[in-house]
Write a protein that binds this ligand. Structure first.
Ligand code: FES
Ligand SMILES: [Fe+2]
Length: 447
């Protein structure tokens, strides 16, 4: 459990809040790359950590992420004209470049040079792994780009999606680092069911209640759920928690290819979260079926691609089917991540953690809370929080059934990180990230 005070401290993310200031020290997914498909395309509204923003791609392909409201008289720039290297407010024609500089004012005489005094709040972005990431913290403290192993995978093998969750971000994260629920909530109760879920014969389900092993690292922790499988074997599933909101796990694609997958729980505000879902195949390229994410319920069949709201949602009880619950699945709700979101939303917008009863199976959750609170205190004291430095770059995850007396750390550790990447931390891949630079539209270099 947490005290009311700590629960408030750890969950609130608006500007000026301790956790909000801490989270602003990391790169944060702002939108998917395909939402800004081409130069001068329509701007997109983005809400991040309680701030209303607007994203646009300028004539030169540079990405701007500005305060949604025009500095003149606070009209929404979402309604603006994206033209000639800037976003122009349609009320009085003030125009802003991707760095937030006011480059033109249609309602003031040019000789006044008033435009030089005006700036819109603008956040730097980097495009990696099919996601446009934003940095909203102090410019001097901007960390290296979020060059996770998975963002470096070729687009043919990688898939990214996003979906809205109607709860505080920490409830989502805690579900993602809670291995003990997975073979329970997501199990099938019939071996022949065609619903998504873990079959009764799956060792993940057959295993006994897990023993959790949490190894602290400088990015967060790696952890394993160790489940006994009879006299001679154990099932081991390893994960990583990367501060402040990333989960990495072993997985399989929709069509059964071994993969590594993960989620990122990004606070839209205190009571709404955008979950980014990513996966890459360890074998052959992904196909269209893999990208539909039917099993997880995160794809275009299940999630509106404009609002990113799940079609199975709180308003319709996630299309819970009591007959399916009796005969096929533990929940009666279809879709593994739909099940996660459903249960986490039932906890309320921000769960009251002073009323919980945690046990040893909640060890990873307890540890994550400790690390998050520690990061808040580190930032308050002027330090650098865990997970900002690029030691997470090579991480991946693994699972397997091993002999009971095997040294699972020794066997699985090589599969939990791409050592080559850690060793080289490629400058060439840095160069692949689209950081806006000086253009030829007569505007200044951006950030
Ligand atoms: S409100 Fe935007 S230019 Fe006047
Ligand atoms: Fe789950």
């Amino acid at each position: 459990m947490l005290s009311h005070e700590d629960n408030t401290l750890i969950t609130r993310v608006s500007p000026g809040t301790p956790m909000g200031e801490t989270m602003r020290r990391y790169w944060i997914p702002a939108l998917l790359s395909w939402e800004l498909p081409e130069a001068d395309c329509p701007p997109v509204r983005v809400r991040l950590l309680g701030e209303d923003l607007v994203a646009f791609k300028d004539t030169e392909g540079r990405i701007g992420l500005l305060d949604e409201f025009c500095p003149h008289r606070r009209v929404s720039l979402f309604f603006g004209r994206n033209e000639e290297c800037g976003l122009r407010c349609v009320y009085h024609g003030w125009k802003f470049d991707v760095a937030g500089e006011c480059v033109e004012m249609m309602n003031e005489p040019a000789e006044l040079n008033f435009k030089h005094k005006i700036r819109a709040t603008a956040y730097p972005t980097v495009e990696m792994g099919g996601i446009i990431w934003a940095y909203m913290g102090p410019p001097a403290l901007r960390p290296p780009p979020p060059q996770f192993h998975w963002v470096q995978m070729p687009a043919t093998h990688r898939h990214v999606s996003k979906v809205l969750q109607e709860s505080n971000w920490l409830q989502g994260l805690e579900g993602g680092i809670d291995t003990s629920h997975a073979p329970i909530l997501h199990r099938l109760i019939s071996e022949t069911s065609t619903q998504p879920g873990f079959k009764p014969s799956n060792p993940f389900v057959r295993g006994q209640a897990p023993n959790l092993v949490v190894d602290l690292t400088d990015y967060g922790y790696q952890y394993a759920g160790v489940r006994s499988l009879g006299e001679t074997e154990v099932h081991i599933r390893t994960y990583h928690f990367v501060m402040p909101f990333h989960q990495l796990r072993p997985s399989r694609t929709e069509t059964g290819k071994p993969s590594v997958a993960g989620h990122i729980w990004v606070p839209i505000d205190d009571v709404t979260t955008m979950i980014y879902n990513w996966e890459y195949s360890l074998g052959e390229a992904l196909n269209e079926e893999d990208r539909l994410e039917r099993r997880l319920g995160n794809g275009p069949l299940d999630v509106d691609q404009v609002t990113f709201r799940s079609r199975k949602n709180r308003a319709n009880n996630y299309l819970l089917d009591r007959n399916v619950q009796k005969t096929e699945t533990f929940t009666g709700i279809e879709g593994i991540n739909v099940q996660d979101r459903a249960l986490q939303e039932t906890m309320g917008a921000i769960v009251d953690r002073s009323r919980e009863h945690l046990g040893p199976a909640d060890k990873a959750i307890i540890q994550a809370r400790r690390l998050l609170l520690q990061a808040v205190h580190t930032v308050q004291e002027g330090g650098t929080p865990r997970g900002v430095n690029p030691t997470y770059y090579g991480l991946r995850a693994s699972e397997g059934v091993l002999p009971r007396d095997a040294d699972w750390r020794e066997l699985l550790t090589p599969e939990m990180a791409e050592i080559d990447i850690l060793q080289t931390v490629q400058p060439a891949l840095y160069a692949g990230a689209k950081v806006p630079d000086a253009g030829t539209c007569g505007n200044k270099a951006t950030r």
